[in-house]
Design a binder for this molecule. Structure first.
Ligand SMILES: NC(=O)c1ccc[n+]([C@@H]2O[C@H](COP(=O)([O-])OP(=O)(O)OC[C@H]3O[C@@H](n4cnc5c(N)ncnc54)[C@H](O)[C@@H]3O)[C@@H](O)[C@H]2O)c1
Length: 397
């Protein structure tokens, strides 16, 4: 397909590097940027036939078959509405909106126009993540009880991120959107997020938005999704996830110290990896950043979904749910209470079964715990099903 890229900044280049690598067939044909100079430079760097400094002209261009939105957060709504009006399929970067209200307007517009719409949530497409989601779906971890997703780095690379009125918030909106959607994928997208408790503060930077936050998302089945986000972390980009179920656990480390370590006195200098803070000493480069961050699998899913007339793994509806959870996080950070996730449009289960990991030991007892001790003894801790009495049996080793 022929792609119109809206934006020529950081993520537009990551997307272009992905789309034009490895002999992929869906190619960028046209770029829009605010200034003609930037549009021209991007077009030259990627060998594009057209460039424009007019958003609507780019979307409506006869060569444009699909639009990729790589613009700052406050520009997403206008661009999505323009795609809906033009009837052009659209892929929008994260977060979908600055809040759920904006996201819902975008969701309604694409559904009314009947156009394909995909939510570009790359971190839900990393190879490690996709494999973990499969293990979870196959029951390898049992019932999912808790997830934790952490994204922390020294702060973003452009002015608009730091201006709350343009971005919609600080680390919560910028990084929390990834973490929340990672948690939803593990816990189950059909399970309703019900409440959020969040601590947020501005610990370091002279900004109105939060630069550090920790939150808990409570789901209807009792599962908990934890997020940790920061623009105050020093030492690179820390991307780690954990998922724990009744039968197992997975720990994922996606970016720092993943097996490629290098020392240099920095005679060469230059770029090491996203948000790396140094180009000397011991460094942690990343072999193929786009791949480690999920971009190739993400675009493959998007274009295949379009071709086959199915939904992509990450939809505008997912983007809307994420925004609704983050709205509750902002509310909780200021009220210091659990806040309800307001979802006027909920499409998942309405009656989620509560999590329970009870196992029978025999007809009369529940098994609480079984453990082999250092001396070889085996202890079995039981609860009587009717009296509720807890007792233990020791099998001598
Ligand atoms: N992992 C990811 O998926 C990921 C990573 C980084 C950024 N993003 C998202 O991508 C979007 C863009 O972020 P970025 O890092 O590329 O930012 P950036 O500042 O590097 O680039 C933004 C682009 O939009 C243009 N722009 C800025 N203000 C504009 C305006 N008012 N009108 C029109 N164009 C304007 C800039 O000139 C630039 O071309 C954001 O929504 C951000 O959250 C996603």
């Amino acid at each position: 397909m022929k792609i119109a890229m809206l934006g020529s900044g950081f993520i537009a280049r990551f997307y272009a590097d992905t789309l034009h690598a490895q002999r992929r067939k869906d190619q960028i044909e046209l770029v829009y940027s605010r200034t003609e100079e930037n549009a021209k430079r991007f077009a030259k760097d990627y060998g594009l036939s057209h460039y424009s400094s007019n958003l609507h002209e780019a979307i409506n261009h006869p060569e444009t078959e699909v639009v990729v939105i790589a613009l700052p957060n406050h520009q997403h709504e206008e661009a999505v509405l323009a795609c809906a009006a033009a009837g052009k399929p659209v892929l929008c970067t994260k977060p979908l909106g600055r809040n759920a209200k904006e996201a819902k307007v975008m969701l309604n517009a694409v559904e009314k126009a009947g156009i394909f719409a995909g939510y570009l949530e790359d971190l839900c497409y990393t190879p490690k993540f996709l494999k973990t989601v499969k293990s979870v779906a196959d029951g390898g971890l049992g019932k999912i009880l808790w997830t934790k997703s952490r994204e922390a780095h020294p702060g973003p690379h452009s002015d608009w991120f730091w201006d709350k009125s343009l971005s919609g918030g600080g680390a919560i909106i910028d990084l929390g959107c990834h973490c929340v959607e990672i948690g939803r994928n593990f816990i189950g997208k059909n399970v309703k997020p019900v409440e959020v408790m969040c601590w947020a503060d501005t610990q370091v930077h002279p900004i109105d938005a939060e630069d550090h936050a920790i939150g808990l998302v409570k789901y209807a089945n009792g599962a908990i999704g934890q997020f940790e986000v920061s623009w105050t972390f020093r030492g690179g980009m820390d991307l780690r996830d954990e998922v724990m179920g009744t039968e197992g656990t997975v720990w994922l480390n996606s970016f720092l110290r993943t097996g490629f370590e290098m020392f240099t006195t920095s005679k060469g200098g230059g770029y090491v990896a996203e948000k790396a803070e140094s180009d000397a000493g011991w460094l942690f480069p990343v072999g193929d950043e786009a791949h480690e961050l999920g971009y190739p699998h993400m675009f493959t899913d998007m274009f295949e979904a379009m071709e086959k007339g199915r939904e992509p793994l990450e939809t505008f509806y997912d983007g809307y749910v994420v925004n609704a959870i983050l709205d509750a996080a902002f509310k909780s950070a200021s009220s210091r209470q659990w806040e309800v996730v307001e979802l006027e449009d909920w499409r998942g289960d309405t009656n989620s079964e509560k999590l329970s990991g009870h196992h029978s030991y025999d007809d009369e007892h529940w098994l609480i715990k079984k453990e082999t001790l250092p001396n070889g003894d085996k202890k079995v801790i039981l609860k009587h099903k009717t009296t509720g009495k807890v007792n233990q049996i020791v099998e001598r080793g």
